[in-house]
Write a protein that binds this ligand. Structure first.
Ligand SMILES: [Zn+2]
Length: 161
């Protein structure tokens, strides 16, 4: 943590703590630092004689972390987990959708006959092809026990019922 003496454009001076100087620079650039006296976002480092950090009455403020991290980009090390995960989740979801689209475009939908069709293929009664459909948990267990390999069709988060 680092403490800076800051001043707004109206000449109010106050002090604020930051994780590091880069965090200050980022927050200052995004105008996330406000003067606690007038609310002005035009805040700069004040030129002051250095003094010992102490717990001050009302002149110290901390910039709202949630605001800062919500706008932080995923590559900055001091981002919150939410900001870092969101783009990845988005990417993951896109991949899931691609996989699902690919599967459903290139496979036959056999619906509830999936266990039956899967068995037929497994035991050589019909030609091997890509199929998808529905299987109950019981069916799935039985198929696995018979050594029939299949994968659950990816379900996108907002498609569940
Ligand atoms: Zn001010």
């Amino acid at each position: 943590m680092i403490q800076y003496a800051l001043a707004c454009d109206k000449g109010h001076t106050f002090e604020s703590w930051f994780q590091n100087s880069a965090a200050y620079d980022k927050q200052a650039k995004r105008k996330l630092i406000e003067c606690p006296m007038c609310g002005s976002a035009k805040v700069e480092k004040a030129i002051m004689a250095p003094r010992l950090a102490r717990k001050d009455k009302s002149t110290s403020i901390t910039v709202r972390e949630d605001m800062a991290s919500a706008q932080a980009d995923a590559t900055t090390p001091d981002s919150s987990p939410v900001a870092m995960i969101s783009p990845q989740e988005h990417e993951f979801r896109k991949k899931l959708k691609e996989l699902r689209d690919h599967l459903t475009a290139n496979a036959d939908n056999v619906g509830k006959k999936f266990p039956e069709e899967a068995r037929k293929m497994h035991y050589g009664e019909t030609e091997h092809r890509s199929i998808y459909g529905e299987a109950t948990a019981q069916d799935a267990k039985a198929l696995h026990e018979e050594g029939i390999e299949f994968q659950p069709l990816p379900v996108l988060p907002d498609e569940r019922n």
